[in-house]
Design a protein around this ligand. Sequence first.
Ligand code: ADP
Ligand code: MG
Length: 257
Amino acid sequence: MLDEWSRRGRTLDEHGKQLLKTLKKQEFSTQQLAGSDLIQLQDVSKTYRRGPHEVAALRGLTFELPSASFAFVLGPSGSGKSTLLQLLGALDEPTSGEITIAGERLSGMSASQRNTYRREQVGFVFQSFNLLSNLSAVDNVLVPFLPSGVSATLRSRAMELLKVVGLGGRLDHRPNQLSGGEQQRVAIARALLKRPKLVLADEPTGELDSQTGADVYRLLRDLRDQQQATVIVVTHDPTFIQPDDQILRLRDGRLAE
Ligand code: ADP
Ligand code: MG
């Protein structure tokens, strides 16, 4: 029995490695976006109104990010970092100014175009993992695709991604059977399954030990390198910043020099 388990363990491992190779060779050869700037912001402001109170979260942001950027958004608490990610992901709209993604103005899109953009182009890795408690890890990864149907190929890719994030042995576990860090990795696998053009991550490693944090950054950088995705990470922790990364420093809703 023991032998059989270790044999199976080995086979799964080999199988996993093989699939990972295939993933790297074939699946990341998606078409590149036309144009060099994926993201352009022109004088973008966001003011929240709560009754008589107004909070100016972003004040006239203008910047461009080339395709396949790895960018960090830094700044003190309350400086507008999460607001910026929400606008970029079309989860909310600016009060004024224009956001253009791959040549398309977000404000010019219909509601259904914005839905498609969010669903197909953007991978969200936010602090609240938003996992569904009654679903297994693999089904949680597949959630975004449930409305349109899940093929066997897609399901096996979801399983591969869970293996890549080190959860190959936890495919059937529900969120309450996983630690915070493991739940975060399920959320990352879910964000990567759609092969997003844009990954928006808000403190993705805040809950993780340093080894797992490093694994998460490796995954995000692979996605950028192999698939030319643009990755934007909000963080307080500069450990994983590399020399070629773009840095956006926010202070009081403005870009700081
Ligand atoms: P950060 O992520 O850098 O901590 P946020 O973008 O979350 O900053 O917030 C920027 C400012 O906008 C803060 O003053 C915050 O209190 C305010 N804010 C954020 N979301 C809302 C909201 N939904 N309603 C009202 N004020 C908000
Ligand atoms: Mg925030």
